[in-house]
Ligand binder design. Structure first.
Ligand SMILES: *Cc1c(COP(=O)(O)O)cnc(C)c1O
Length: 362
C-alpha cells in the first residue's frame, strides 16, 4: 500500500476505537470509495456536464426501474423536490404522523411549497390503513385542499413494510388518482431483508418495492456508506419538474461528481453487504435479551429499539453516561436506539453487549 492509501486507511479507522451505534450516517468513506472519488471525472452539473453525476443517475434509475433520476444533496431535499413536483400550492398530501417527510423535515412542503400535509396515525408496522387514507381524501369542493399525493416510508423505524401491503396500497392509491411517493431513505435495507427472508435477490426485491410507487427517494449517506447524497427517481417528465425545484431549493451543484462517484461506488459494493449489518444487529439484540428491565424490539434490519421498563427506567441517564465513558455511542434515554453500519464490527458489538450486561449486572 502506498503512503497516500495507508493514510486514507488510517483516517478511516482513526476513530473506530469508539463503537458508534448512533446512526448509519456516521460512516466514513472506505479506502476504495476514496479512490473512486479521487479518480472521478467531473464537470458542471448545472449544465448537466458532470459524467459521474450522469452515470450515477442512470445507474440508480435502472436499479429502481424508473426512467430517470436526479442526484440530491440530502434526503430532505429529495423528499421536498418530490412533493413539490407532484403537488401545487393548495394541494395536500397524505402522510404518516411520524413520517420523516412530515415530522422531521421542518415542514418544508408547507413552508416552501404551500402544500398542506394531512398526517394520519400509522399502524405499528409503519403502514397507513387504506380505509384511513380513503376517509382522508377530500371531496372536490372549494372548502378543501386538493388531495393528490400519498407518501409511505420503507424501512420505517428499521421495519420492512410487507410487500403484500405495498401491492394493495399501490393499486388502491392508483385507483384513487393519488400520486404515490416513497421515502426510501433505507430502501436497500428493506430489499436486502426481504430477499434474505425469501431467498431471492435484493436487486429483484428492490424493484418489487419501487414498482408500487410513482417516485422514490433513496439515501446514499446512510447504510450505503457514502459521505452525502440521495437520489429522487421517477418518470422523465417528473424528474424534469424536480430539476427545476432542486435549483430553487439551492441544490444545483457544480462538480458534484466527486460525491456521485462515492454513491456509485456504494451501489456497486455496499448493497449486498447490508445483510452483514442486519446479522450484526440480530447478534446485538440476542446479546441483550434476558436482561431484566430491557424490552427488546425484534430488529428486522439494522436498527434496534430497546425500551427501559420497570427498575431499569430510572437508569437511562446513568447507562448513557456509562456507555459514553466506555466508548460506546447510542441515542435515547428510555427508548434506546442502536444502529449497525459499515464502521462497526462484531468485536465492537460484543464490547457493547459486555458493557451493557456489566452495567445491569446481568
Ligand atoms: C435520514 C432520513 C431522511 C432525510 O435524509 P437527510 O439526508 O438527513 O436529509 C428522510 N427520510 C428518512 C426515513 C430518513 O431516515
Amino acid at each position: 500500500m502506498n503512503s497516500t492509501a495507508s493514510s486514507q486507511m488510517a483516517n478511516h479507522l482513526a476513530t473506530s476505537a469508539r463503537v458508534d451505534l448512533r446512526s448509519d450516517t456516521v460512516t466514513r468513506p472506505t479506502a476504495g470509495m476514496r479512490e473512486a472519488m479521487a479518480k472521478a471525472l467531473v464537470g458542471d452539473d448545472v449544465y448537466k456536464d458532470d459524467p459521474s453525476v450522469n452515470e450515477l443517475q442512470d445507474k440508480i434509475a435502472k436499479m429502481l426501474g424508473f426512467e430517470a433520476a436526479l442526484f440530491m444533496s440530502t434526503g430532505t431535499q429529495s423528499n421536498l423536490c418530490g412533493i413539490l413536483s407532484h403537488c401545487q400550492r393548495g394541494d395536500e398530501f397524505i402522510v404518516g404522523q411520524m413520517a420523516h417527510c412530515y415530522r422531521w423535515e421542518g415542514g418544508g412542503a408547507a413552508v416552501f411549497g404551500s402544500v398542506q400535509p394531512q398526517p394520519l396515525t400509522q399502524q405499528p408496522d409503519g403502514s397507513l390503513l387504506l380505509s384511513d387514507i380513503e376517509s382522508a381524501i377530500k371531496p372536490d369542493d372549494s372548502h378543501f385542499a386538493m388531495t393528490n399525493m400519498v407518501a409511505l416510508e420503507n424501512t420505517w423505524g428499521g421495519q420492512v413494510l410487507p410487500q403484500t401491503y405495498l401491492n394493495e396500497f399501490s393499486a388502491f392509491a392508483k385507483q384513487k388518482g393519488l400520486a404515490r411517493h416513497l421515502d426510501g431513505a433505507r430502501l436497500f435495507n428493506a430489499a436486502v431483508a426481504q430477499a434474505s427472508a425469501l431467498g431471492t435477490s435484493p436487486y429483484d426485491e428492490v424493484k418489487k418495492i419501487t414498482q408500487c410507487f410513482d417516485s422514490v427517494s433513496v439515501c446514499f449517506s446512510k447504510g450505503l456508506g457514502a459521505p452525502m447524497g440521495s437520489a429522487l427517481c421517477g418518470t422523465k417528465e417528473f424528474i424534469a419538474k424536480a430539476h427545476r425545484v432542486r435549483k430553487m431549493a439551492g441544490g444545483g451543484l457544480r462538480q458534484a461528481g466527486f460525491m456521485a462517484a462515492a454513491a456509485s461506488y456504494a451501489l456497486d459494493h455496499h448493497v449486498l453487504r447490508l445483510a452483514e449489518d442486519h446479522q450484526l444487529m440480530a447478534h446485538l439484540a440476542n446479546g441483550l435479551s434476558g436482561i431484566p428491565g430491557l424490552q427488546i424490539e425484534t430488529p428486522q434490519t439494522n436498527i434496534l429499539f430497546v425500551n427501559l421498563v420497570d427498575g431499569a427506567k430510572a437508569k437511562g441517564a446513568a447507562l448513557q453516561a456509562h456507555l459514553k465513558q466506555e466508548g460506546i455511542d447510542m441515542t435515547g434515554l428510555y427508548r434506546l436506539r442502536f444502529v449497525t453500519h459499515l464502521d462497526v464490527d462484531r468485536a465492537g458489538v460484543d464490547r457493547a453487549i459486555g458493557v451493557i450486561r456489566q452495567f445491569f449486572n446481568a
